[in-house]
Design a protein around this ligand. Sequence first.
Ligand code: DC
Length: 235
Amino acid sequence: MGLPWRIAIDGPAASGKSTLGQRLAAHLGYLYVDTGVMYRAVTWAALRRGVPIADEAALTGLAETLDLDIAPPTVQDGRLYTVRVDGEDVTWDLRRPEVDAAVSQVSAYPGVRRALTRRQRQIGLRGRVVMVGRDIGTVVLPEADLKIYLDARLETRAWRRYQELQARGADVPFEAVLETMRQRDALDQGREVAPLRPAPDAVVLDTTALDIEGVFQKVLDLIAARCRETSHVAG
Ligand code: DC
């Protein structure tokens, strides 16, 4: 093995996964896939169509059939990709507070997970990919060559998310962001199917006191070390 060619990044909301994943993918020339977007798109479509979030069978049907397209950015407005549902650009709608509030419930449904995991594995197995989510190292791509689990204190993550929302003009009090994040952590970690947790062979990095540059450098060091180890074993 030269470079690790399937990289899994997992961790709770606002731990820095997307920023790290995107930078790493750009640096390596790999495809960047943010799997949270798929759970958000199913949630958004349910809200838009008036499907009750509690209707597990309907949500599963939606996950199986949704016309979902994730493509390179089509607008230079800070987005990392363009997401279309039924041809409509919903990239920023997926970040709305009502999607935030419902997405953990949707992503706990086994049928929804089965449908989206299948879509994600198809993409991941092609290789040269950095895939970001909650269960990539444990369920979606257990054979990934490098697994990173990012973590940070709840208050730090809530503060990061609050600043992101402010920057986009959303006027949500910090306390509300903190509370939503606390609830999402509990749901993501407590669900029966594919709960959020590090894979046994994941490298756990705490980003509370690190900026993105620090995290990026640490991961590049890890990749370099892996390459040295494998060439040593091979030689
Ligand atoms: O990373 P994010 O905040 O965009 O994720 C949105 C939701 O989707 C979050 O509540 C957890 C869920 N999710 C998941 O269960 N499994 C994944 N692989 C990715 C996201």
